[in-house]
Design a binder for this molecule. Structure first.
Ligand SMILES: Nc1nc2c(c(=O)[nH]1)N[C@H]1C(S)=C(S)[C@@H](COP(=O)(O)O)O[C@H]1N2
Ligand SMILES: [Mo]
Length: 342
């Protein structure tokens, strides 16, 4: 498959203040509603994905700077992996220590700046993972063996959360496509389904949030996600085992996660134990909770606002700079054709 040589992605969009999305105002409104004890059908969703208090913390750089607990399920000798020129475009990288303390990982907590403190009990080695479903050659092995088998490369990607924060980070991993080619999906397989670990004893958020506080609805743990087969086979879709030239820190989804850079962050599922090729759409954790707010496809699109906020701009988590959101997060040259025929 021919891949264009450059990503049309221009950093440095400055917007006049009057065009800046009032993120802080929005977040304050949420907090106000919570304090007033007001509820609504969408409140579970807003509590969990729409925003978290810490997203309004103005000075992330004032937090302590100790390094995160590093994952070591895969040998550090593999890092850093060779950089692929096409995906190392020289963009300014987000500061690693800011990214390591600004995480969405609801299995642990809803507070972005607390995840890194709650991952100590999370065991990431050994880490069995199974790739199966509608495939000719299913696999079940440890993540370490998988890494040996697949090899690793480094790619710098833009990353955009649905909450309108963004970062630019170097992932280490391999294209999902390479793995799918090994297991050989059958022709009936139309989607790929991913599943995260299910260990409430190691992940406090899973115990605390069995049900929505507002409407008692069951939270559909373990976290799961899905992609269409053609999206999964796109050369951009990455299986990541490392970040910033080292094995993935636990809070970023150690020891193995998916990265889908043209979709909102929740599609980039962390700490996976299972990959299945399936026929009907597998749905997803967030689609199950709030389909109108977090639909299955979820491509980054500045022109389609979230029902409760604009997606026109995004905020870089380290510099705080506001930039214009780009269609497909800037990866249109790679993926626009996936969506043009409909
Ligand atoms: N298993 C699991 N995967 C997950 C999440 C989660 O809560 N659980 N959060 C998602 C969301 S909303 C985002 S924005 C990214 C955040 O990744 P990061 O913390 O490495 O930046 O992880 C995604 N993957
Ligand atoms: Mo997100």
């Amino acid at each position: 498959m021919g891949v264009p040589n450059n990503i049309n992605c221009r950093p440095g969009w400055f917007l006049p203040d009057r065009l800046v999305t009032p993120e802080a105002a929005f977040l304050n409104r949420r907090r106000f509603l919570r304090q007033m004890g007001m509820t609504s059908a969408g409140l579970l969703a807003s509590t969990m994905a729409g925003c978290s208090r810490s997203d309004s913390d103005p000075e992330l750089t004032n937090t302590p700077t100790n390094l995160p607990a590093a994952g070591s399920a895969n040998s550090p000798a593999k890092y850093p992996a060779p950089r692929i020129a096409e995906f190392n475009p020289g963009w300014p990288l987000t500061e690693a220590k800011v990214a390591a303390k600004y995480n969405n990982f609801y299995e642990f907590t809803l507070e972005k700046d607390e995840v890194h403190k709650l991952v100590n009990r999370f065991v990431i080695s050994p880490w069995p993972i199974a790739i199966g479903g509608l495939v000719e050659k299913p696999m079940a092995l440890d993540v370490q063996e998988l890494i040996e088998m697949m090899g690793l490369e480094e790619r710098v990607y833009r990353f955009r959360c649905v909450e309108a924060w963004a970062m630019i980070v170097p992932w280490t991993g391999f294209p999902l496509r390479k793995l799918l080619e090994k297991v050989q999906p059958k022709s009936e397989a139309r989607f790929v389904r991913f599943e995260t670990f299910n260990r409430p004893d190691q992940a406090p958020g899973m115990k605390e949030r069995m049900h929505s506080a507002e409407d008692g609805k069951v939270v559909p743990w373990p976290y799961f996600e899905g992609l269409r087969m053609d999206e999964a086979m796109n050369p951009l879709t990455l299986v990541a085992t490392g970040l910033y030239g080292k094995p993935l820190p636990k809070q970023h989804g150690a020891p193995i996660r998916i990265v889908v850079p043209w979709k909102y962050g929740y599609k980039s599922i962390k700490s996976i134990v299972k990959i299945d090729c399936v026929a009907p759409s597998p749905s997803s954790f967030w689609e199950r909770i709030a389909p109108r707010e977090y639909p299955f496809e979820s491509n980054v699109n500045p022109n389609v606002p979230h029902p409760r906020w604009s997606q026109a701009t995004e905020r870089m988590i380290d510099t705080g700079r506001r930039e214009k959101t780009q269609l497909f997060n800037g990866y249109g040259q790679y993926v626009a054709q996936l969506y043009s025929a409909k």
